[in-house]
Design a protein around this ligand. Structure first.
Ligand code: ATP
Length: 212
């Protein structure tokens, strides 16, 4: 029996309620067997996080502990080089030759996709699932717009999909939460507990993360 596997890569610095809402929304809409969260080791497109990969992994594990069908996959933490998604997806495709893989991202990531390493190969290994995020919209021109025009599908066309090769853009509610905002709040002494899963808020407090 083939599976439908969702994948959500991120720095999770820290993981927040927006990530969980995104993961659960995609899991339900696409009727996934599982949604895997993949913390990266060295994010290629961001400043290197001050909080270690070990802490980010532990927070991600704490966040999904009580979430059915959400799992953590630490595949990127085993590699010392930058965590290029294309390498991860190639590896996952080898492990799951017949399953449908749905690599999920927010619109802020999709609008910059053409800056990713070997971005044109991504659809060889997976489908892309793009969710709305405040501040960004589906591009009207440029390489991402062309990619969307060529490979975009509506959700009603999802039933008979091949294992990879298409892009689906979901009409999700907006979740105005970012790790950047949470780091700022914690730095200024706020607890940010409204924006974090309770287990993550507790982990941050116990380890005194993101403070001055
Ligand atoms: P930072 O503020 O440090 O840039 P972030 O909040 O964007 O971090 P990441 O770990 O970089 O968090 O995000 C991982 C993935 O989740 C990205 O594809 C991002 O677009 C998506 N994502 C994160 N938060 C949201 C959100 N609130 N709504 C929709 N997508 C989101």
């Amino acid at each position: 029996m083939t599976k439908r596997i969702g994948l959500l890569g991120g720095t999770f610095n820290p993981i927040h309620n927006g990530h969980l809402q995104l993961a659960n929304f995609v899991r339900q809409q696409l009727q996934l067997d599982v949604m895997q969260l993949l913390p990266n080791h060295l994010p290629p497109h961001k400043e290197q996080p001050l909080v270690t990969a070990k802490h980010r992994l532990a927070m991600t594990e704490a966040a999904v502990n009580d979430q059915p069908r959400l799992e953590v996959n630490a595949i990127e933490l085993g590699r010392q080089q930058p965590s290029y998604s294309v390498d991860t997806l190639r590896q996952l495709r080898q492990q799951h030759p017949e399953d449908r893989l749905f690599f999920t991202m927010g619109m802020d990531s999709f609008v910059k996709l053409s800056s990713w390493y070997q971005w044109q190969d991504l659809l060889n290994y997976c489908h892309l699932v793009v969710c709305q995020r405040p501040g960004d919209q589906i591009p009207e021109q440029g390489p991402e717009a062309l990619l969307w025009q060529q490979f975009g599908l509506s959700i009603s066309e999802l039933s008979n999909l091949p294992i990879a090769g298409h892009i689906v853009c979901l009409d999700n509610p907006l979740w105005p939460i970012s790790s950047t905002e949470i780091r700022q709040q914690l730095l200024h002494g706020a607890c940010a507990s409204q924006l974090l899963p309770p287990t993550v808020a507790q982990y941050v407090a116990d380890h005194q993360l993101y403070q001055q």
